[in-house]
Design a protein around this ligand. Sequence first.
Ligand SMILES: [Zn+2]
Length: 894
Amino acid sequence: MSTPTLPPRFESGEIEARWQKAWDERGIARGPDRPKGPTYSVILPPPNVTGVLTIGHMLGDTVMDILVRHHRMRGDATLWVPGLDHAGLATQVEVRRRLQKQGVRFEELPPEQALHEIELWAEEHEKRIREQTRAGGFSVDWSRYRYTMDAGSVRATREVFVRLHQDGLVYRGERMVNWDPKLRTAISDLEVVHTEEEGALVYLRYPWADGTPGGLEVATVRPETIFGDVAVAVHPEDARYRAWIGREVVVPLTDRKVPIISDPAIDPAFGAGALKVTPRHDLVDHEVFLRHPGLPMLPDILDDSGRLTGPWVPTEYRGLDRDDARAKTLEELDRAGLLIRRQPYRHSVARSERSDAVIEPRLSTQWFVRMPALATPVIDAVRRGEIRIHPTRWERTFFRWMEEIQDWCISRQVLWGHAIPVYHCHACHRELAAVDPPAVCDRCGASDLRPDPDVLDTWFTSWLWPFLALGWPERTPDLDHYYPTSVLVTGRDIMFFWVARMMMAGYYFRNARPFSDVYFTGMIRDEQGRRMSKHLGNSPEPLDLIRERGADALRFALVFPNPTDEDGPFGSAALDGGRNFLTKVWNLVRFSLSFVPAGAHPPAGPPPLSGSSALENRWVLSRYRHAVEEVDRALGEFRPTQAAAALYDFLWHDLADRYVEIAKEALLGRRGEPAQREASATLLFVVERSLRLLHPFVPHVTEELWHALPHPDTLLATVSWPRPDESPSDPAAEVEMEPVLETVRLLRNLRAEEKVPVEAIPKAWVRPSGSEVARVLRAERGTVERLARVKPLELLGERDEVPAGTGRRVAAFGECFLERPVASGATAEALLKEREKLSGLLEKTRARLADPGFRARAPPEVVREAEEKATELAERVRRIDEHLKEDGASSVAP
Ligand SMILES: [Zn+2]
């Protein structure tokens, strides 16, 4: 029970490492194997092994750690499971890029070596991610660490596929997919980015098949795909073409004849109103094709990497990539007199999020999951509040997507991932889905079984995470105790990739929600409001920030003042703010330590107060109780920023700035021994409990400070969370303290306005608005005098004359007056100068407000701000005029 002294300066580095080690050794984060009582479980969204943790990850991890530590201290059986995601395609892209820099082509490596390169990458990054997580002080249970490629994940992924296959919810089919010709794989709709780009619309002439001169004018942005045309389509109501429906034209540069068909999907206003139909390479064309069963389906004209290929492509075009083929086609069309004109054309282009390649819509055989059936129970569950989304504004986006959900393409033509557990019998063409690779075909007994060459989309493993990470498909105790989990904290950018799919998997495979709440954090921006990205180089490495500023300062800066669910700015201003707050708390505890009597025990509760107790003690205990209630309420509503704000206000303003200042006399023994005892017991209790409240936000520094106070032999991380009812609520004390604090504030403002020299102690007067205020101010006169640095403070009756030569302020509790320093000529000159400046500003602000354009365009809060500013400036000008009048200086007409 020693009370070591604290060094005067707060230095985070050594403190953080020391407490992280202590938490590890005492196993504070270890989830109980056999929990008793309520549980609180969280799965950490497994970061991608593609990279390392970013500031965005740190935000999510901080929010989770706050919730987890809060519940742990409240006595819940708490479990936070960390993990790692292999991020198949994304990781393969990074490794491919790294090899390319070394002059090695990934595609040319033997598969084993390519996989080895990926595993090397994964190892390096995993190590770094673990280091970052530890450095942040995040209390995850490392003993339950999971990886989406570990043996259990392999098993779970295969079981799920086989089960869906048996249930008819996974199928293989030829469908239009988004093909990335650079990475040579199908990707999901969510991995495609659409942007407006400049292109060209070209008008071609398709000659009449019967030799009649002329032909049909057809517009396209992709002339190189004419070799895949099976028809030309027009709108059935288009009067220009109605007579020609059924007639044939020749596909330019070939001798193939195709019919003119009609289809309602054709927009008569686009181009010339006639469109070529290339069903294998365009989604709309494919739909047109499906509505016209008479049309032949031609073979592919593009290969995996986007080069022209196949029997329908003239020999001289085969092997050209899309861009070269386009140039050559246009050249040849022009030569043949079939190119009518080209016009610039701005249109939406789909690109691969991973490789930036232009997506090739392609008819391809892939595996799909039927989603609508899985989505329905989830939509119902969210509607009836079984899973709650925070902030609720994201519900609409969620429902919109869920209600229009498309089948999910889950096969990928990449190396890195879980193999699709399907085997094709070469003898009888049976397709077997099996968790364990079968030795023979279960239909014909042949042993020539070929595994499906594709792997599964990474999300096909991640969507199982809430139960997979707890041991499924084994029936583990963890699964019984900790599923469903409590809350999922993640970024809204993966609402559909991951969150919605986890909900679907939870209801389908576990028949229960995966979590009761989802909390979406904002996307952090830099101080200029830009998204953070590797490309812009504005995304700091969290480890550097931790080294420079400390993990606690970083954590606090991520939570306060910008709300964790908004896309707010983050940078050195926020970090400085976090650091300053921690320094303030550090100094507060150091100050408090000097009043801890030798051999003091840890505070069991607040000191018993009586009617004769000091107002400030009654007041601070009541304020403290509000802070506890507010933190509990805000964390219960998933508003960590409000909780942090309540603590910031209480610790900085109420405790450090007000209480400590007011109680100083008593603490120093100037009001007698009993007063001193009561004050130091109050201070010690409030400071000790506040460190508990603050612990989830800034665990290291609070642990360090708490150990400097009298404390039981344990860790702050494991002591109990303060109960609000431990401390009395005292509304009367709060009401009484109001005029005292307000008088001090107004007199301090007046000091500043009147430019009272720092060392001067002027006289002051208060005219209280009623007898109750008068009583309080009379009782607390000494406090006001000391804090406002005035003497004496006199109370005026209703009819007492206002002293001459005073500055004046009016408040709800009455009026304040402050003796004004004797104005010299120099003062008057300074005042005139200031008046000039202020009225200039006032004029500008008023002109701005008078501009109807400004009022129409500016956001309401900006307009309100300008209005407030105008009022304030006018008031300041008025006050200067009063001064000048009183001082007898020449005044300027307003
Ligand atoms: Zn067979």
